[in-house]
Design a protein around this ligand. Structure first.
Ligand code: GTP
Ligand code: ZN
Length: 213
């Protein structure tokens, strides 16, 4: 179990084309356990009663998993590329996505659609890597807009494709189970780069494939 505190720096800062500057923080299990115990005390609960005794350790382990994307370099996901001489759209639709909003640390979840048009060398990556990339950026304290842009920007950086389109549709539990209580309301965000930004016809073709029409 890791118990070192990572440097208080962001996991990643964009350093332009090529690789991102990735700092490798680690999850402090002991500190997280103490914080959950404090939360239970603050709520007026008895963290030593039988049902709660294991809860701080359990919750800390759960958060280590939910925030796992803070500890992996996103560029590593796209390290393996190959030249396939395919210069048309590659689109993976309906990738299940679970994240948590950084405002309330409550889940937002839904699906991501990720598409790109490889460059003239036809540089592509494995299809699973698109889903891995979504997962990695989702497993952090997030906002949906940033998640969408980060996936698009990582693909632009590592594949240097002609264009990238990312659409995420999600329900935010902080809007459903508390606050405004609009359960079921869906938020759609998109990030378009390269040809999808400059060409309305490329964009609308991709969007109609994303919609399944
Ligand atoms: N733009 C954006 N906002 C988000 C996201 N997730 C949660 N939020 C919003 O973050 C905002 C935080 O607002 P605050 O007024 O600081 O917090 P609050 O008093 O708990 O707000 P309410 O949720 O309206 O009760 C809320 O409007 C949330 O709906 C996200 O991914 N993107
Ligand atoms: Zn929220």
């Amino acid at each position: 179990m890791t118990s070192t505190v990572g440097e208080p720096v962001g996991p990643e800062e964009d350093s332009g084309p090529g690789r991102s500057a990735f700092h490798n923080p680690v999850f402090d299990q002991e500190r997280a356990e103490a914080a959950i115990r404090e939360l239970l005390l603050a709520a007026g609960e008895d963290p030593d009663r039988e049902g709660l005794r294991e809860t701080p350790a359990r919750v800390a382990r759960a958060y280590r998993e939910l925030f796992a994307g803070l500890y992996t370099d996103p560029d590593q996901v796209l390290d393996r590329t190959f030249d396939e001489a395919h210069e048309e759209l590659v689109l993976v639709r309906e990738i299940p996505m679970y994240s948590q909003c950084e405002h309330h640390l409550l889940p937002f979840h839904g699906v991501a659609h990720v598409g790109y048009i490889p460059n003239e060398k036809g540089r592509v990556t494995g299809l699973s890597k698109l889903a891995r990339l979504v997962d990695l950026y989702a497993k952090r304290p997030q906002v949906q807009e940033r998640l969408t842009s980060q996936v698009a920007d990582a693909l632009m950086r590592r594949l240097e494709p002609r264009g990238v389109i990312v659409v995420i549709e999600a329900e935010h539990l902080c809007m459903g189970m508390r606050g405004i209580r609009k359960a079921g309301s869906m938020t759609t965000t998109s990030a378009v780069r390269g040809i999808f930004r400059s060409s309305a016809s490329s964009r609308s073709e991709a969007l109609s494939l994303i919609r399944g029409t």
